[in-house]
Design a protein around this ligand. Sequence first.
Ligand SMILES: Nc1ncnc2c1ncn2[C@@H]1O[C@H](COP(=O)(O)OP(=O)(O)OP(=O)(O)O)[C@@H](O)[C@H]1O
Length: 257
Amino acid sequence: MVLELNNITKNFGGISALTDVSFKINEGEIFGLIGPNGAGKTTMFNIITNMFLPTSGEISFLGEKISGTKPHKITDKGICRTFQNIRLFSQMTVLENVLVGGHCRIKSGVIRSVIRTKSQRKEEEFIRETATDLLELVGLSSYTEVVAENLAYGQQRRLEIARALASNPKLLLLDEPAAGMNETETEDLFDLIKKVQKRGITVLLIEHDMPFVMKLCDRITVLNFGKKLAEGTPQEIQNNKDVIEAYLGSEEDEQSA
Ligand SMILES: Nc1ncnc2c1ncn2[C@@H]1O[C@H](COP(=O)(O)OP(=O)(O)OP(=O)(O)O)[C@@H](O)[C@H]1O
């Protein structure tokens, strides 16, 4: 088991963003977290990465309780995420963005950094090699010296994934990775996430693009108004009466708004 969420509840003042939500993610799975707007998906990501503490409930990562761990320590433990809105260092090059993502792997202290010992040079070399490998994985090898803000939208999204992978995560959280992408970009993203899975990395993603989720995920949990509505394979979810109702309901709300 990679991630285990037990009875997670999160209240913001009078608002219950999550109520008693539990689910487990197995090693190597691509796991989808879906639900209508405001269902609590992003809040769940913020709780897994310890940006928020849950009001109650517990999280275990690889069998270890991680509730209360500082957000930057969460990366050291092997959980990394991307955000709904692109958060690159827009003025840095593509390669620099990935090198920054790998900084948490550096073990050298300040003194060794100043005198640049052999082991530190080796460490830097390793991080550079890893960055090059990741840029190849995400299809950006020929853009290493391009300033990030000059990349096309889909490329920026893939760069974000490369940067997240540079920290060597065991669990990668992707918050709406296909949002705003055209068909070709979405297909490239699909192939990329499958390649990430083949590298043995477990993936948890929030996504509104239903055909994409249904094709990509091994299992899915559906949230609605902060509660778990359903869990299962894409086929089970697609045929679930409560899920269909929740989605049709939210479409009707949008049409009448
Ligand atoms: N920091 C916060 N303070 C107060 N309320 C919050 C906060 N973050 C989220 N909420 C509320 O919690 C509920 C769940 O929000 P959340 O953003 O987790 O939903 P979501 O499923 O990610 O929605 P979307 O698909 O629109 O991104 C909403 O009612 C939201 O207004």
